[in-house]
Design a protein around this ligand. Structure first.
Ligand code: SAM
Length: 267
């Protein structure tokens, strides 16, 4: 199999953040843009042992759903960092509406150069986004830099094994978090090379299968009940369904999975 050429990193970042700011994504994914949804966010929070008053950095915070959940349910403060300008604006409005603006703020910025000082965070979380960062080692080093000694990092992300079909290695697949996803062992190595330790791993492969089913179910319903909305959001239903069919098969064959990784910055 010939390897798909790697798109330039600026193109990947711009394309990814623009794509996730589109209404189509909210239509297809709902309020939380990662497999496992809010239940897996709560699982991550509990694995990290969040305590009231802690400061959490949510890298690639997207619509800000996780930031709001953590502030409301765990009484932490949250700094979300997100590359997409309109995603940041939407996340800020939602936080205002939820009355959480004293505890949650969003910064526009790049995961590979976090706009935050050293050692300010008790915890860093990053859900379904690490796999899209072109320079994963730089992002992991940034997680370690903003963490206080003894702080924890929690990542949930797509994993892939060798042998993915070519169509799942394109720029569109990059946006869908598949093209540059890695085997779980590589994520572990990247975290350890960034100076993080005690990495624990939990498999959540069922979450990605469920997400693919959810997208297909939403598309089927929307196609019947709100075709105009889909068209206005620029969704090519047949193209998305071709893509989800490939992804569903790859998940069933064990080529694509989802994992949770928790690590610590040594004290
Ligand atoms: C699949 S969404 C996940 C959003 C959120 N973490 C969640 O789980 O709902 C990926 C997000 O990563 C953001 N993103 C991609 N590359 C980024 C980068 N280099 N720095 C910051 N955010 C980035 C995208 O704009 C998008 O909002």
């Amino acid at each position: 199999m010939t390897a798909e050429p790697t798109p330039p990193s600026a193109e990947v970042k711009a394309c990814c953040s623009a794509a996730y700011s589109r209404d189509a994504v909210a239509l297809l994914l709902g309020e939380s843009y990662h497999p496992g949804g809010l239940a897996l966010t709560r699982r991550l929070a509990s694995a990290l042992g969040l305590r009231p008053g802690w400061r959490v950095v949510d890298v690639a915070s997207g619509p800000g759903t996780t930031a709001r959940l953590l502030a409301a349910e765990y009484a932490v403060t949250v700094d979300g960092v997100e590359l997409g300008e309109s995603a940041v604006e939407r996340a800020r409005s939602a936080v205002d509406e939820a009355g959480l603006s004293s505890r949650v703020q969003f910064h526009r910025g790049d995961a590979e150069r976090l706009p935050l000082p050293d050692a300010i965070a008790d915890v860093v979380v990053c859900e379904c986004a690490f796999c899209t960062f072109p320079d994963k080692a730089a992002a992991a080093a940034e997680f370690a830099r903003v963490l206080r000694p003894g702080g924890g990092v929690g990542i949930t992300d797509v994993t892939v094994e060798d042998g993915l079909p070519h169509e799942l290695r394109t720029l569109a697949a990059w946006v869908a978090c598949i093209a540059d996803a890695r085997p779980v062992a590589q994520y572990v190595d990247i975290l350890i090379n960034a100076g993080l330790a005690s990495v624990s791993i939990e498999e959540h492969d069922g979450a990605i299968a469920q997400m693919v089913e959810q997208i297909e179910a939403r598309l089927t319903v929307l196609r019947m009940s709100a075709a105009g909305r889909l068209a206005a959001a620029g969704v090519d239903v047949d193209a998305v369904l071709r893509y989800t069919a490939l992804a569903r098969q790859a998940v069933a064959e064990g080529l694509i999975g989802y994992c949770m990784l928790v690590a610590k910055k040594p004290a």
